[in-house]
Design a binder for this molecule. Structure first.
Ligand SMILES: [Zn+2]
Length: 300
């Protein structure tokens, strides 16, 4: 009764660019392999700082317009990754970037941080019931690094997964669907430490002057917490191109990049995950869909 591909992956992110930085190689790989890859981005990233001087007028304290501009960057990034299904939670502009924790924008009307959790989750329930993903990827409860929109994206994703599976909940939003595996974005500490050691050696040759610290990287955990790694070596160029498409936010010099703070960071082309819902593997998985019986997962 369905024309959906066998394997279906849903990613929930806070701002345009988070998906390419965290999961660009993973998304490109699964899209190339014919899986359904659906990205839901919760805000337009209106509060982001603008790197190119020629686009500085887009900033919220100048003319504005950064949000719609970033929607265009996201569309260009998705082309680079081969991902055709990308959506904004509740529609483009439904939720606004809340800014960093503690700023007045957190409480402004329309700020994602202030949105009612179940209202926001309902919009995601409809997506989950439509695309019926076996795998969900999002942030940990701290959003990886404490940004309110990232924390809220986590909460909305978790709540929506729960509600989507509840056969008594809002049948007008579609037939119930239970997600088999839920992952958080991770970076194993040893991988991060080694990458920053290489970065400090390479720095004199780079167009960047200073290095970030491992503490600046979201989702760093002890190696033992990491259950899954996706080797995206074959998709490194696609990931770098997708990151470059977010030109207001990112400058790339492979295999490094900077955000608006101009502190160099490693661009990881092997991407790491922690499985938090679903049977925890004995050894590290190399496939987000490992262990999923496709026919069973497809059955109602
Ligand atoms: Zn973000």
């Amino acid at each position: 009764m369905t024309e959906l591909p066998d394997r279906r992956l849903l990613l929930v992110h806070a701002h345009p660019d988070d998906e390419s930085i965290n999961n660009g190689a993973t998304m490109a790989k699964y899209a190339a392999e014919g899986a359904q890859v659906t990205l839901v981005t919760c805000t337009l990233g209106e509060e982001g700082e603008v790197i190119p001087p020629g686009l500085a007028h887009l900033a919220p304290d100048r003319e504005g317009g950064l949000g719609p501009y970033r929607a265009g960057e996201l569309a260009a990034a998705m082309k680079e990754l081969g991902v055709t299904d990308h959506r904004f939670l509740g529609g483009q502009g439904r939720h606004r970037d809340s800014g960093m924790m503690g700023v007045e924008q957190n409480r402004r009307a329309g700020a994602f941080w202030s949105a009612d959790l179940d209202d926001a989750a309902c919009d995601l329930v409809a997506v989950i019931r439509e695309v019926r993903p076996q795998v969900l990827v999002t942030y940990d409860p701290d959003g990886g690094y404490g940004h309110p929109d990232h924390i809220k994206a986590h909460r909305v994703a978790v709540r929506a997964a729960e509600l989507a599976a509840d056969s008594a909940f809002r049948r007008d939003l579609g037939d119930p669907w239970g997600i088999t595996k839920v992952y958080w974005n991770r970076v194993p500490r040893s991988v991060g430490e080694q990458a920053f050691a290489r970065l400090r050696e390479a720095l004199p040759e780079l167009p960047f002057t200073r290095s970030a610290d491992l503490a600046d990287v979201p989702g760093v955990v002890d190696d033992t917490a990491v259950t899954t790694e996706i080797d995206g070596t074959a998709y490194a160029a696609a990931k770098a191109a997708a990151m470059r498409a977010h030109a207001t936010q990112i400058e790339v010099s492979e295999p490094w990049f900077v955000l608006s703070n101009q502190l160099a960071q490693p661009l990881f082309t092997t991407e790491y995950y922690e499985l938090v819902s679903g049977e925890r593997p004995g050894t590290r998985e190399t496939d987000l869909f490992a262990g999923i019986d496709r026919e069973e997962a497809d059955a109602r």
